[in-house]
Design a binder for this molecule. Structure first.
Ligand code: ZN
Length: 419
Protein backbone atom coordinates (compact mmCIF):
# COMPACT_ATOMS: atom_id res chain seq x y z
CA UNK A 1 0.00 0.00 0.00
CA UNK A 2 1.40 3.40 -0.99
CA UNK A 3 1.50 6.27 1.45
CA UNK A 4 -0.21 9.54 0.50
CA UNK A 5 -0.30 12.81 2.42
CA UNK A 6 -2.88 15.50 1.80
CA UNK A 7 -3.05 19.18 2.74
CA UNK A 8 0.42 19.53 4.35
CA UNK A 9 2.40 22.81 4.17
CA UNK A 10 5.70 23.07 2.33
CA UNK A 11 7.39 26.47 1.87
CA UNK A 12 4.11 28.18 2.70
CA UNK A 13 2.07 26.23 0.11
CA UNK A 14 -0.49 23.49 0.61
CA UNK A 15 0.72 20.27 -1.03
CA UNK A 16 -0.04 16.61 -1.48
CA UNK A 17 2.55 13.84 -1.62
CA UNK A 18 2.60 10.23 -2.83
CA UNK A 19 5.23 7.61 -2.23
CA UNK A 20 6.20 4.75 -4.54
CA UNK A 21 8.92 2.16 -3.87
CA UNK A 22 10.24 4.07 -0.87
CA UNK A 23 10.69 7.31 -2.80
CA UNK A 24 8.67 10.49 -3.17
CA UNK A 25 6.88 9.88 -6.45
CA UNK A 26 4.62 12.93 -6.61
CA UNK A 27 4.75 16.21 -4.69
CA UNK A 28 2.80 19.38 -5.33
CA UNK A 29 -0.43 21.37 -5.10
CA UNK A 30 -2.42 19.05 -7.37
CA UNK A 31 -1.31 15.69 -6.01
CA UNK A 32 -4.26 13.55 -4.90
CA UNK A 33 -4.33 10.14 -3.21
CA UNK A 34 -5.22 7.13 -5.34
CA UNK A 35 -7.48 4.19 -4.55
CA UNK A 36 -5.83 1.85 -2.06
CA UNK A 37 -3.41 4.48 -0.68
CA UNK A 38 -2.85 4.82 3.06
CA UNK A 39 -3.89 8.47 3.38
CA UNK A 40 -2.59 10.78 6.09
CA UNK A 41 -4.36 14.07 6.63
CA UNK A 42 -1.56 16.63 6.69
CA UNK A 43 -3.66 19.65 7.54
CA UNK A 44 -1.99 21.80 10.17
CA UNK A 45 1.30 19.98 9.59
CA UNK A 46 4.53 21.12 7.92
CA UNK A 47 6.45 18.69 5.72
CA UNK A 48 10.07 18.90 6.87
CA UNK A 49 13.25 16.98 6.04
CA UNK A 50 14.14 14.29 8.57
CA UNK A 51 17.01 15.01 10.93
CA UNK A 52 20.28 13.10 10.57
CA UNK A 53 22.20 12.32 13.76
CA UNK A 54 25.74 12.24 12.42
CA UNK A 55 27.45 10.84 15.51
CA UNK A 56 26.04 8.58 18.18
CA UNK A 57 26.48 5.30 20.04
CA UNK A 58 22.84 4.24 19.98
CA UNK A 59 22.99 1.33 22.43
CA UNK A 60 24.32 3.68 25.11
CA UNK A 61 20.71 4.53 25.96
CA UNK A 62 21.34 1.78 28.55
CA UNK A 63 23.99 4.03 30.14
CA UNK A 64 21.73 7.07 30.42
CA UNK A 65 21.90 8.46 33.95
CA UNK A 66 24.78 6.17 34.91
CA UNK A 67 28.00 7.88 36.09
CA UNK A 68 27.08 11.41 35.10
CA UNK A 69 29.08 14.57 35.85
CA UNK A 70 32.60 13.18 35.49
CA UNK A 71 35.59 14.21 33.31
CA UNK A 72 35.85 12.32 29.99
CA UNK A 73 38.79 10.03 30.79
CA UNK A 74 37.63 9.17 34.32
CA UNK A 75 34.12 8.56 32.94
CA UNK A 76 35.45 6.23 30.23
CA UNK A 77 38.14 4.40 32.20
CA UNK A 78 36.40 3.90 35.55
CA UNK A 79 32.79 3.46 34.49
CA UNK A 80 32.01 3.03 30.80
CA UNK A 81 34.79 0.75 29.58
CA UNK A 82 34.50 -1.73 32.52
CA UNK A 83 30.71 -1.98 32.04
CA UNK A 84 31.18 -2.43 28.29
CA UNK A 85 33.33 -5.53 29.01
CA UNK A 86 30.10 -7.21 30.10
CA UNK A 87 28.05 -6.29 26.99
CA UNK A 88 26.13 -8.98 25.17
CA UNK A 89 24.49 -8.81 21.76
CA UNK A 90 20.99 -8.52 23.24
CA UNK A 91 22.08 -5.53 25.37
CA UNK A 92 23.15 -3.72 22.23
CA UNK A 93 20.03 -4.80 20.33
CA UNK A 94 17.55 -3.46 22.92
CA UNK A 95 19.60 -0.35 23.69
CA UNK A 96 19.62 0.47 19.98
CA UNK A 97 15.88 -0.24 19.61
CA UNK A 98 15.25 2.28 22.41
CA UNK A 99 17.52 4.81 20.70
CA UNK A 100 15.68 4.34 17.40
CA UNK A 101 12.33 5.01 19.05
CA UNK A 102 13.67 8.11 20.76
CA UNK A 103 15.21 9.42 17.56
CA UNK A 104 12.08 8.72 15.47
CA UNK A 105 10.00 10.64 18.04
CA UNK A 106 12.11 13.72 17.43
CA UNK A 107 12.05 13.47 13.62
CA UNK A 108 15.40 11.73 13.10
CA UNK A 109 15.38 9.34 10.15
CA UNK A 110 19.01 8.28 9.92
CA UNK A 111 22.06 8.11 12.15
CA UNK A 112 25.77 7.37 12.13
CA UNK A 113 26.68 4.85 14.81
CA UNK A 114 29.73 3.17 16.19
CA UNK A 115 29.62 0.67 18.96
CA UNK A 116 30.36 -2.88 20.05
CA UNK A 117 28.34 -5.86 18.73
CA UNK A 118 27.79 -4.11 15.41
CA UNK A 119 25.55 -6.84 13.94
CA UNK A 120 23.07 -6.41 16.81
CA UNK A 121 22.97 -2.66 16.08
CA UNK A 122 22.29 -3.33 12.40
CA UNK A 123 19.52 -5.79 13.23
CA UNK A 124 17.89 -3.29 15.61
CA UNK A 125 17.98 -0.51 12.98
CA UNK A 126 16.32 -2.79 10.43
CA UNK A 127 13.64 -3.91 12.91
CA UNK A 128 12.97 -0.29 13.96
CA UNK A 129 12.55 0.81 10.34
CA UNK A 130 15.19 3.55 10.47
CA UNK A 131 18.35 3.92 8.39
CA UNK A 132 21.89 4.03 9.70
CA UNK A 133 25.54 3.90 8.88
CA UNK A 134 26.79 1.30 11.35
CA UNK A 135 30.48 1.24 12.08
CA UNK A 136 32.35 -1.72 13.47
CA UNK A 137 34.14 -0.28 16.50
CA UNK A 138 37.86 -0.98 16.13
CA UNK A 139 40.40 -0.71 18.99
CA UNK A 140 43.85 -2.35 19.26
CA UNK A 141 45.00 -0.47 22.39
CA UNK A 142 47.49 1.37 20.17
CA UNK A 143 49.49 -1.86 19.91
CA UNK A 144 50.81 -2.53 16.36
CA UNK A 145 51.20 -6.26 17.18
CA UNK A 146 47.41 -6.51 17.43
CA UNK A 147 46.93 -4.90 14.02
CA UNK A 148 46.64 -8.01 11.78
CA UNK A 149 43.92 -9.42 14.03
CA UNK A 150 42.06 -6.09 14.12
CA UNK A 151 42.10 -5.72 10.34
CA UNK A 152 40.80 -9.26 9.86
CA UNK A 153 37.99 -8.40 12.28
CA UNK A 154 37.27 -5.19 10.33
CA UNK A 155 36.81 -7.08 7.06
CA UNK A 156 34.55 -9.66 8.66
CA UNK A 157 32.54 -6.97 10.43
CA UNK A 158 31.62 -5.20 7.19
CA UNK A 159 29.98 -8.39 5.91
CA UNK A 160 28.26 -9.04 9.23
CA UNK A 161 26.78 -5.53 9.34
CA UNK A 162 25.63 -5.69 5.73
CA UNK A 163 23.97 -9.05 6.26
CA UNK A 164 22.21 -8.10 9.53
CA UNK A 165 21.05 -4.71 8.23
CA UNK A 166 19.36 -6.09 5.10
CA UNK A 167 19.53 -2.86 3.10
CA UNK A 168 18.57 -0.51 5.97
CA UNK A 169 22.18 -0.13 6.98
CA UNK A 170 25.41 0.92 5.30
CA UNK A 171 28.47 -0.64 6.92
CA UNK A 172 31.42 1.49 7.99
CA UNK A 173 34.75 1.20 9.74
CA UNK A 174 34.94 2.93 13.10
CA UNK A 175 38.45 3.16 14.53
CA UNK A 176 37.69 4.65 17.97
CA UNK A 177 40.38 7.37 18.02
CA UNK A 178 44.02 8.01 17.14
CA UNK A 179 45.04 7.19 20.74
CA UNK A 180 43.33 3.77 20.86
CA UNK A 181 44.19 2.50 17.35
CA UNK A 182 47.78 1.98 16.15
CA UNK A 183 49.22 3.54 13.01
CA UNK A 184 49.46 0.22 11.08
CA UNK A 185 45.80 -0.41 11.87
CA UNK A 186 44.78 3.07 10.69
CA UNK A 187 46.71 2.47 7.45
CA UNK A 188 44.98 -0.89 6.98
CA UNK A 189 41.57 0.62 7.74
CA UNK A 190 42.22 3.31 5.10
CA UNK A 191 43.00 0.58 2.56
CA UNK A 192 39.88 -1.42 3.38
CA UNK A 193 37.75 1.75 3.18
CA UNK A 194 39.06 2.42 -0.31
CA UNK A 195 38.77 -1.19 -1.46
CA UNK A 196 35.19 -1.64 -0.19
CA UNK A 197 34.05 1.99 -0.68
CA UNK A 198 32.86 2.29 2.92
CA UNK A 199 33.08 5.28 5.27
CA UNK A 200 35.47 5.69 8.18
CA UNK A 201 34.02 7.20 11.38
CA UNK A 202 36.50 8.34 14.03
CA UNK A 203 36.59 10.62 17.10
CA UNK A 204 39.18 13.34 16.45
CA UNK A 205 40.49 16.20 18.55
CA UNK A 206 37.92 15.88 21.32
CA UNK A 207 40.23 17.01 24.13
CA UNK A 208 43.32 19.19 24.32
CA UNK A 209 45.21 16.30 25.94
CA UNK A 210 44.67 14.24 22.78
CA UNK A 211 46.32 17.02 20.76
CA UNK A 212 49.27 17.36 23.16
CA UNK A 213 49.83 13.58 23.28
CA UNK A 214 49.68 13.33 19.49
CA UNK A 215 52.25 16.10 19.06
CA UNK A 216 54.51 14.50 21.70
CA UNK A 217 54.36 11.09 20.04
CA UNK A 218 54.31 11.95 16.34
CA UNK A 219 55.33 15.60 16.05
CA UNK A 220 52.02 16.24 14.30
CA UNK A 221 48.59 17.57 15.26
CA UNK A 222 45.78 14.96 15.07
CA UNK A 223 44.40 15.77 11.59
CA UNK A 224 47.90 15.84 10.08
CA UNK A 225 48.75 12.55 11.78
CA UNK A 226 45.51 10.95 10.55
CA UNK A 227 46.37 12.18 7.05
CA UNK A 228 49.78 10.51 7.29
CA UNK A 229 48.01 7.16 7.79
CA UNK A 230 45.90 7.70 4.64
CA UNK A 231 42.68 7.64 6.69
CA UNK A 232 41.71 11.26 6.02
CA UNK A 233 39.69 11.33 2.80
CA UNK A 234 36.27 11.99 1.30
CA UNK A 235 34.78 8.91 3.04
CA UNK A 236 35.99 10.05 6.47
CA UNK A 237 33.67 11.46 9.11
CA UNK A 238 35.38 13.15 12.06
CA UNK A 239 33.43 13.47 15.29
CA UNK A 240 34.03 16.37 17.74
CA UNK A 241 36.85 18.35 16.00
CA UNK A 242 36.97 20.69 19.02
CA UNK A 243 40.69 21.49 19.09
CA UNK A 244 41.46 21.78 15.35
CA UNK A 245 43.75 24.61 14.30
CA UNK A 246 43.55 26.50 11.01
CA UNK A 247 46.02 24.23 9.19
CA UNK A 248 44.01 21.16 10.20
CA UNK A 249 40.73 22.71 9.06
CA UNK A 250 42.26 23.54 5.68
CA UNK A 251 43.70 20.03 5.34
CA UNK A 252 40.37 18.39 6.20
CA UNK A 253 38.58 20.54 3.61
CA UNK A 254 41.25 19.75 1.01
CA UNK A 255 40.85 16.01 1.65
CA UNK A 256 37.03 16.31 1.38
CA UNK A 257 36.40 14.83 4.86
CA UNK A 258 33.36 15.73 6.96
CA UNK A 259 33.38 17.34 10.42
CA UNK A 260 30.66 16.55 12.94
CA UNK A 261 30.06 18.76 15.94
CA UNK A 262 28.60 17.42 19.20
CA UNK A 263 27.94 20.58 21.20
CA UNK A 264 25.88 19.07 24.03
CA UNK A 265 28.21 16.14 24.77
CA UNK A 266 31.23 18.49 24.59
CA UNK A 267 29.67 20.86 27.10
CA UNK A 268 28.46 18.11 29.41
CA UNK A 269 31.93 16.52 29.51
CA UNK A 270 33.44 20.03 29.72
CA UNK A 271 36.08 19.41 27.05
CA UNK A 272 37.05 23.05 27.43
CA UNK A 273 36.76 24.19 23.84
CA UNK A 274 34.18 24.80 21.15
CA UNK A 275 34.14 23.40 17.60
CA UNK A 276 35.65 26.16 15.41
CA UNK A 277 32.59 26.49 13.19
CA UNK A 278 33.33 30.01 11.90
CA UNK A 279 36.73 28.93 10.58
CA UNK A 280 35.29 25.68 9.22
CA UNK A 281 32.53 27.55 7.41
CA UNK A 282 34.96 30.11 5.98
CA UNK A 283 37.11 27.24 4.66
CA UNK A 284 34.09 25.62 2.97
CA UNK A 285 33.95 22.59 5.30
CA UNK A 286 31.28 19.91 5.14
CA UNK A 287 29.64 19.88 8.56
CA UNK A 288 27.12 17.69 10.36
CA UNK A 289 25.59 17.57 13.83
CA UNK A 290 25.49 14.68 16.30
CA UNK A 291 24.23 14.00 19.79
CA UNK A 292 26.95 11.49 20.73
CA UNK A 293 25.75 8.64 22.93
CA UNK A 294 23.08 8.90 25.61
CA UNK A 295 25.82 8.30 28.21
CA UNK A 296 27.29 11.72 27.49
CA UNK A 297 24.38 13.85 26.27
CA UNK A 298 21.91 12.35 27.69
CA UNK A 299 19.22 13.00 25.08
CA UNK A 300 19.06 11.81 21.48
CA UNK A 301 16.64 14.60 20.54
CA UNK A 302 18.58 16.43 17.83
CA UNK A 303 16.13 19.34 18.05
CA UNK A 304 17.78 20.15 21.41
CA UNK A 305 21.27 19.89 19.97
CA UNK A 306 20.64 22.10 16.96
CA UNK A 307 19.68 24.91 19.32
CA UNK A 308 22.71 24.22 21.53
CA UNK A 309 24.93 24.32 18.43
CA UNK A 310 23.55 27.62 17.17
CA UNK A 311 23.73 29.27 20.61
CA UNK A 312 27.29 28.27 21.52
CA UNK A 313 28.57 29.35 18.10
CA UNK A 314 26.85 32.75 18.31
CA UNK A 315 28.08 33.19 21.88
CA UNK A 316 31.71 32.34 21.21
CA UNK A 317 31.80 34.48 18.07
CA UNK A 318 30.13 37.39 19.85
CA UNK A 319 27.96 37.56 16.75
CA UNK A 320 24.28 36.52 16.48
CA UNK A 321 24.81 36.01 12.73
CA UNK A 322 27.64 33.49 13.26
CA UNK A 323 25.15 30.81 12.27
CA UNK A 324 21.62 31.47 11.01
CA UNK A 325 18.57 29.34 11.78
CA UNK A 326 18.34 28.20 8.14
CA UNK A 327 21.99 27.16 8.13
CA UNK A 328 21.74 25.32 11.47
CA UNK A 329 18.65 23.49 10.19
CA UNK A 330 20.47 22.37 7.03
CA UNK A 331 23.35 21.07 9.17
CA UNK A 332 20.95 19.14 11.45
CA UNK A 333 19.23 17.56 8.45
CA UNK A 334 22.50 16.45 6.85
CA UNK A 335 22.29 18.84 3.92
CA UNK A 336 25.63 20.55 4.53
CA UNK A 337 27.75 17.44 4.02
CA UNK A 338 27.62 15.17 0.98
CA UNK A 339 28.80 12.13 2.90
CA UNK A 340 26.08 12.42 5.56
CA UNK A 341 23.45 12.39 2.87
CA UNK A 342 20.35 14.21 4.11
CA UNK A 343 17.69 15.17 1.60
CA UNK A 344 14.96 17.79 1.44
CA UNK A 345 11.53 16.51 0.33
CA UNK A 346 11.52 16.42 -3.49
CA UNK A 347 10.29 14.14 -6.27
CA UNK A 348 12.73 11.25 -6.60
CA UNK A 349 14.22 11.73 -3.12
CA UNK A 350 13.92 8.95 -0.54
CA UNK A 351 10.54 9.14 1.28
CA UNK A 352 12.32 10.06 4.54
CA UNK A 353 10.71 13.06 6.23
CA UNK A 354 8.73 14.26 9.21
CA UNK A 355 5.50 16.17 9.69
CA UNK A 356 5.70 18.94 12.30
CA UNK A 357 2.74 20.42 14.16
CA UNK A 358 1.96 23.99 13.16
CA UNK A 359 -0.43 24.08 16.12
CA UNK A 360 2.41 23.52 18.61
CA UNK A 361 3.43 26.59 20.65
CA UNK A 362 6.94 26.67 19.19
CA UNK A 363 5.88 26.48 15.53
CA UNK A 364 2.51 28.25 15.41
CA UNK A 365 3.89 31.73 14.73
CA UNK A 366 6.89 33.15 12.90
CA UNK A 367 9.44 31.63 10.55
CA UNK A 368 9.43 27.82 10.45
CA UNK A 369 13.22 27.31 10.41
CA UNK A 370 13.68 29.59 13.43
CA UNK A 371 10.84 27.76 15.18
CA UNK A 372 12.42 24.35 14.50
CA UNK A 373 15.89 25.44 15.63
CA UNK A 374 15.12 27.72 18.59
CA UNK A 375 11.69 26.74 19.91
CA UNK A 376 10.64 23.22 18.96
CA UNK A 377 11.28 19.98 20.80
CA UNK A 378 10.15 16.43 20.05
CA UNK A 379 6.56 17.23 21.05
CA UNK A 380 6.25 19.26 17.82
CA UNK A 381 6.78 16.12 15.69
CA UNK A 382 3.52 14.47 14.64
CA UNK A 383 4.82 11.77 12.30
CA UNK A 384 8.14 10.41 11.07
CA UNK A 385 8.41 8.48 7.81
CA UNK A 386 11.37 6.43 6.55
CA UNK A 387 11.32 4.82 3.11
CA UNK A 388 7.59 5.52 2.88
CA UNK A 389 6.84 3.66 6.13
CA UNK A 390 5.51 5.45 9.21
CA UNK A 391 8.05 4.78 11.97
CA UNK A 392 6.52 7.13 14.54
CA UNK A 393 3.00 8.45 15.04
CA UNK A 394 2.46 10.86 17.94
CA UNK A 395 0.09 9.44 20.54
CA UNK A 396 0.79 5.85 19.55
CA UNK A 397 3.24 4.17 21.96
CA UNK A 398 3.92 1.50 19.35
CA UNK A 399 6.65 -0.84 20.54
CA UNK A 400 7.81 1.58 23.28
CA UNK A 401 6.56 -0.41 26.29
CA UNK A 402 8.00 -3.67 25.00
CA UNK A 403 11.34 -2.04 24.16
CA UNK A 404 11.52 -0.21 27.51
CA UNK A 405 10.85 -3.48 29.35
CA UNK A 406 13.75 -5.21 27.61
CA UNK A 407 16.03 -2.17 27.96
CA UNK A 408 15.41 -1.97 31.73
CA UNK A 409 16.20 -5.66 32.06
CA UNK A 410 19.42 -5.34 30.07
CA UNK A 411 20.57 -2.23 31.99
CA UNK A 412 19.95 -4.07 35.29
CA UNK A 413 21.92 -7.07 34.01
CA UNK A 414 24.85 -4.75 33.28
CA UNK A 415 24.58 -3.26 36.77
CA UNK A 416 23.74 0.21 35.39
CA UNK A 417 20.41 0.50 37.19
CA UNK A 418 18.88 -1.28 40.17
CA UNK A 419 17.19 -4.53 39.07
ZN1 ZN B 1 31.33 9.45 20.40
Amino acid sequence: MALAITGARLDGNEIGLRVADGRIDELGADVEPQAGDEVIDGSGLALIPGLVNAHTHAAMTLFRGYADDLPLMEWLQRYIWPAEQRLEREDVYWGTRLACLEMARSGTIRFWDHYWKHAATARAVKDAGLRAVVGALLIDDNDPDKSPKLLAKARRALDEIEEAGEGAVRPALAPHAIYTVSEPSLRGIAEISEERDVPIEIHLSETEQEVLDCIAETGLRPAHYLDRTGALGPRTLLAHCVWLDQSEIELIVERGATMVTNPVANQKLAVGGVFPYAAARAAGAQVGLGTDGAGSNNSLDLLDDVKAFALIQKHIAGDPAAVTAAEAWEIATGQRAKLIGGTAPAVGAPADFALARLDSPGLALGALDAGLVYAADASAIRLTVVGGQVVYRQGDRGALDEVLGHARERAARLGLVAG
